[in-house]
Design a protein around this ligand. Structure first.
Ligand code: AHR
Length: 656
């Protein structure tokens, strides 16, 4: 038998015979379940310096002197004191700069930013500070401490401080050079002292030009995906290492100057990647998240604490709020819905309105808890569900299936979520290649009667390879055909994590990498984008030998799915070829009406000859989608093509 296979293979090579055609049948005339509007989405967590030092465009670290080491991130020189009776109740620290005692000696402070401060020549940067002092002044400079130039400073402004009451002062800095590792230096330039608080530097050109805004290139990368949903603000940071450090959304709204600092658990989660200066300023808070959702057309999906601190890090009851004492947590959930949707006459709707958004944010989904498990979780979830159903019956509640894609906790939690009537269940899977290859049919046999599925965190973690290499992305694309085919039950999906600073990451792979000036979209990014931009409106049946095309035996490593887009009357077919050989295929369009033809065909492929290829800051386009020219129509109802080895293809067929 074995020798017969070898002989056949040799004959094929000798005579240049083509591999057998993979015959696919598409029921083009029978739209199935709608594809959820929330497919495909984003999951934002402040990990890898995703918020402070990343998407949040603030360039000054520890701007309010509230880090536990009050001067972390700052160097001081001359006569500098830290005081703690400042104008912002929840951030009381500030610095007093006083005369050094000699006209030639300087007093001042210098901020190192996040791995330096990235600025571009000729762009404008808005410096601001809350200050008080009697006829005094400061000089603000951008410098490079490692500079060999005669002058360290390449931008400079003098600010006169003329009030003994706290007042906000601003100045525009325009750097004469591009610098990824600048520092912000402030000199006292008068013999009279000056008090300084909330020292801030933002690019003027933030996303949508907002003053407390987001870094343009990073926000644009999110918008360019065309996401259906944005899950925020985490992840494990929602739970906290302990209850005190959980993400409390109420601390993240109101004026940025008065949002209290929180620690960031990713500072110390992995002791082999320790970042002692990693905190959450909450400058990017819930109001900004809701605005971002609105800007990029994604439905907001906030996640809030269910009163269980991280169960990986705690096994004691101290880390859990007793169910009898959960009311304040439940109230936080109700208040959040009011903040997002309530009228300006309500307490929290009023705050939203005062912050600049009188219209509601149209919140429809709320997730309670992140990766929770054990009987504690349903016990804690139940009171939230009761209260939300009572007051806001239209809100869809997302429960958790725990931290794993299968196993004891998963098997326990799914029936519990059914019993509690959660609307969606959040599944997480960071799994190796073999898992992604074997899960093509994962959702085909899911129970259709209970909650829907939210694939809330997933990524292919390749073993022994580069982390964001093309092959991992290809397997994600292959797996996602199963999400698309099961559009009736899989209603949301978000890759994780989203962002990583090249110098400050704790977790990889990630969707988008960045340094202080540039960002790079990974192969996985392009997979997500291809799905989101081609999600269609309805699933279509696509089979080979009457079977789903999901890498099954005899399917030559192919995974495929199809949707119909009723807007532009297009059939969209996605095929991932995970095999090492090109695969010819035919697509038989069934169910087209007599007067209908296929015309207007396009093909976009994502491929690389090197499975280890990855996009980097230095080479950001090693792997990118390419549109391939094709004949524009077919005669009859069968399209024939070939999909390259190890590639992902998206075909769009116009139906005329
Ligand atoms: O995405 C990184 C982490 O992975 C998330 O915080 C957590 O939910 C999961 O364990």
């Amino acid at each position: 038998m074995k020798s017969k296979v070898i002989i056949t293979a040799l004959l094929c090579i000798a005579f240049g015979a083509k591999a057998q055609v993979n015959e696919m049948v598409i029921e083009a005339g029978k739209p199935l379940s709608d594809v959820s509007k929330e497919m495909y989405g984003l999951f934002f967590e402040d990990i890898n310096y995703a918020a402070d030092g990343g998407l949040y465009a603030e360039l000054v670290k520890n701007r309010s002197f509230e880090f536990p080491q009050t001067l972390m991130g700052w160097q001081t020189f001359g006569n500098v004191e830290v005081k703690d009776d400042g104008p912002f109740e929840r951030n009381p620290h500030y610095v007093r700069l006083s005369y050094s005692g000699h006209p030639h000696k300087h007093t001042g402070i210098e901020n190192e930013g996040y791995f330096g401060i990235g600025v571009r020549q000729g762009e404008e940067y808005r410096f601001s500070v809350w200050a008080r002092g009697e006829n005094t002044s400061i000089r603000v400079e951008l410098i490079n401490p490692a500079s060999m130039a005669e002058q360290q400073a390449f931008a400079s402004q003098v600010i006169k401080i003329n009030s003994t009451e706290w007042k906000k002062y601003t100045a525009i800095l325009k750097p004469a050079q591009t610098d990824e590792k600048a520092h912000l230096r402030i000199f006292l330039t008068s013999p009279k002292s000056a008090d300084l608080e909330h020292i801030s530097l933002f690019p003027v050109k933030t996303w949508k030009g907002r003053e407390n805004g987001l870094r343009n290139d990073l926000a644009q990368a999110l918008a360019d995906i065309h996401p259906g949903i944005l899950r925020f603000p985490g992840g494990c940071i929602v739970e906290g290492t302990d209850l005190d450090t959980r993400y409390n959304w109420k601390n993240s709204v109101g004026i940025p100057e008065n949002r209290p600092l929180n620690e960031n658990r990713w500072q110390y989660t992995f002791n082999y990647r320790f970042f002692p200066d990693y905190y959450q300023s909450y400058g990017l808070g819930f109001y900004e998240f809701f605005l971002l959702c609105e800007d990029i057309g994604a439905a907001p999906l906030p996640v809030i604490s269910c009163g269980l601190a991280c169960q990986f890090q705690n096994n004691s009851d101290d880390a859990h709020v007793p169910v009898s004492e959960l009311q304040p947590y439940v109230q936080d959930a109700l208040d959040l819905i009011e903040f997002a949707n309530g009228s300006a006459n309500t307490q929290w709707g009023k705050l939203r309105s005062e912050m600049g958004h009188p219209e509601p944010f149209n919140l429809k989904f709320l997730a309670i808890g992140n990766e929770q498990w054990g009987k504690e979780y349903p016990e804690h979830l139940a009171p939230f569900i009761d209260a939300i159903r009572r007051e806001y019956p239209d809100i869809k509640i997302v429960g958790s299936a725990g931290p794993n894609s299968e196993g004891e906790q998963f098997d326990y939690l799914w029936p519990e979520m059914r019993r509690l009537k959660a609307d969606l269940v959040d599944e997480h899977f960071y799994r190796p290649e073999s898992w992604f290859l074997s899960q093509g049919l994962r959702y085909d046999n899911y129970d259709r009667k209970g909650p829907k599925v939210f694939a809330g965190e997933y990524a292919c973690h390749g073993k022994g390879k580069k982390w964001n290499h093309f092959h991992a992305a290809l397997l994600e694309a292959a797996f996602m055909t199963g999400l698309e085919r099961n559009a009736d039950i899989v209603r949301m999906a978000t890759y994780a994590p989203l962002f990583a600073h090249v110098e400050g990451w704790q977790w990889r792979p990630d969707l988008i990498w960045f340094d202080n000036l540039n960002s790079v979209r990974t192969s996985s990014y392009y997979v997500q984008q291809l799905y989101a931009k081609n999600k269609g409106t309805n699933a279509l049946s696509l089979t080979m030998n009457k079977q789903a095309i999901a890498g099954q035996e005899g399917q030559n490593g192919l995974f495929a799915s199809a949707v119909y887009d009723s807007g532009d009357k297009t059939v969209i077919v996605k095929i991932a070829n995970t095999s090492d050989t090109a695969q010819p295929f035919s697509l038989n369009f069934k169910g087209l009406k007599k007067n209908q033809t296929i015309a207007g065909i396009s093909l976009t492929t994502l491929k690389s000859d090197n499975p280890d290829a990855e996009n980097t800051i230095a080479n950001p386009s090693a792997v990118a989608p390419v549109e391939v020219p094709l004949a524009q129509s077919i005669s009859g109802a069968v399209y024939s093509g070939e999909i390259a080895a190890q590639s992902f293809a998206v075909y769009r067929f116009g139906v005329k």
